[in-house]
Write a protein that binds this ligand. Structure first.
Ligand SMILES: NC(=O)c1ccc[n+]([C@@H]2O[C@H](COP(=O)([O-])OP(=O)(O)OC[C@H]3O[C@@H](n4cnc5c(N)ncnc54)[C@H](O)[C@@H]3O)[C@@H](O)[C@H]2O)c1
Length: 323
């Protein structure tokens, strides 16, 4: 089945997407405003057509999907134009900076039976799939809470704060793992380096089920951390993307009520186990998932609506941050 894609935005991230679609044999076209970038990538991908103008890219009838890797502020407008032109869209995170805009994109996609896939890379990470499997199969027992750590010293951004730049990753995972939207979303943070751009953000989420989550997002930190911790009543699990081999660790640790005296808690510490996690490149899996959606495989409606939940929650957290 024909399902050629065109990649727009060949700055830092777009070339990774172009490489993967090329390796999958589905790269049909490239587009960037920058002349030098167009020339460089035309040489690397001689079989792809190259456009300077997004409108011309959309007019290319051979393309079924458009992959948007331009700056965040352009995502909504470009995605809307692509959907209106009848193309499925994979748009880098976040697809929109307002829930109302994301709702519009979801409605457009659903009305035209097109895929609208946010580039939530971690949702295609085999380590996150393992966490989901551990939770859904009940191996951790009842899940009580989870938290994400996404910290480092740098890359200091001026156009997006730590909530939108870093938090979008953890939030997409937390909402996916818990499968519900928070009833409470509170964020605190400070703009230490660039006025109005929070570089340190702490978030608290409480869900209708009573479960709670936290995110520490910062590019002002001594630790480089990319970690999600899940605490269940029976076991606890950690996904650590900084680890090379042991991406997921399961701790057979839990509180237990003392059999002899009512109301007292003891703790149990058992084995620590690290299951094998496939070494597949998450971006490759994300690109394959987009091609599947174009082909009508997978739940396109769910993927788009999950993206809406993320933007909606980010908007609530931002409102809390603004106080
Ligand atoms: N999933 C991830 O892990 C991840 C990692 C890095 C970046 N990203 C996302 O990728 C996106 C791009 O980030 P980046 O760091 O590559 O940005 P960048 O500024 O390096 O590149 C953006 C490119 O888009 C081009 N562009 C802008 N408007 C255009 C238009 N209307 N038509 C054609 N070309 C246009 C620019 O010329 C530039 O070359 C952002 O949304 C970012 O959040 C995702």
């Amino acid at each position: 089945m024909a399902r050629r894609v065109g990649v727009v935005g060949l700055g830092y991230w777009g070339p990774n997407l172009a490489r993967n679609f090329d390796e999958l044999g589905e790269l049909g076209a490239l587009c960037d405003l920058d002349n030098g970038l167009r020339e460089r990538f035309a040489v690397r991908y001689p079989n792809a057509r190259v456009y300077a103008d997004f409108g011309e890219l959309l007019a290319d009838d051979s393309l079924d999907g458009i992959v948007i890797a331009t700056p965040v502020t352009t995502h909504f407008q470009l995605a809307r134009r692509a959907l209106a032109a009848g193309k499925s869209v994979l748009v880098e995170k976040p697809p929109a900076t307002r829930a109302s805009e994301m709702e519009e994109l979801v409605a457009l996609a659903e009305a035209s039976s097109l895929a609208l896939m946010p580039g939530h890379l971690l949702l295609y990470h085999p380590g996150v799939w393992k966490l989901k499997e551990l939770i859904d199969s009940g191996q951790l027992g009842e899940v009580l809470c989870m938290y994400g750590n996404r910290q480092n010293l740098g890359k200091i951004r001026k156009d997006e704060n730590a909530l939108w730049s870093l938090g979008v990753h953890d939030l997409s995972v937390i909402l996916h793992l818990l499968d519900e939207e928070p009833s409470e979303a509170i964020a605190h943070g400070r703009d230490f380096l660039n006025e109005g751009v929070e570089d340190v953000v702490f978030c608290y989420l409480r869900f209708p089920s009573g479960r709670i989550a936290h995110m520490h997002l910062s590019w002002l930190d001594p630790h480089k951390m990319r970690r999600i911790t899940v605490v269940g009543r029976e076991k606890m699990a950690v996904f650590d993307d900084m680890e090379l081999d042991q991406k997921v660790t399961i701790y057979d640790k839990a509180p237990e009520s003392a059999p002899t005296s009512y109301g007292e808690w003891l703790t149990r510490t058992g084995d620590v186990f690290s299951p094998k996690i496939a070494n597949d490149e998450p971006l490759r899996l994300e690109c394959e998932a987009f091609l599947d959606l174009i082909d009508g495989r997978g739940d396109a409606r769910r993927v788009a609506r999950d993206g809406l939940s993320v933007v909606r929650t980010l908007e609530r957290l931002q409102a809390s941050l603004d106080g």
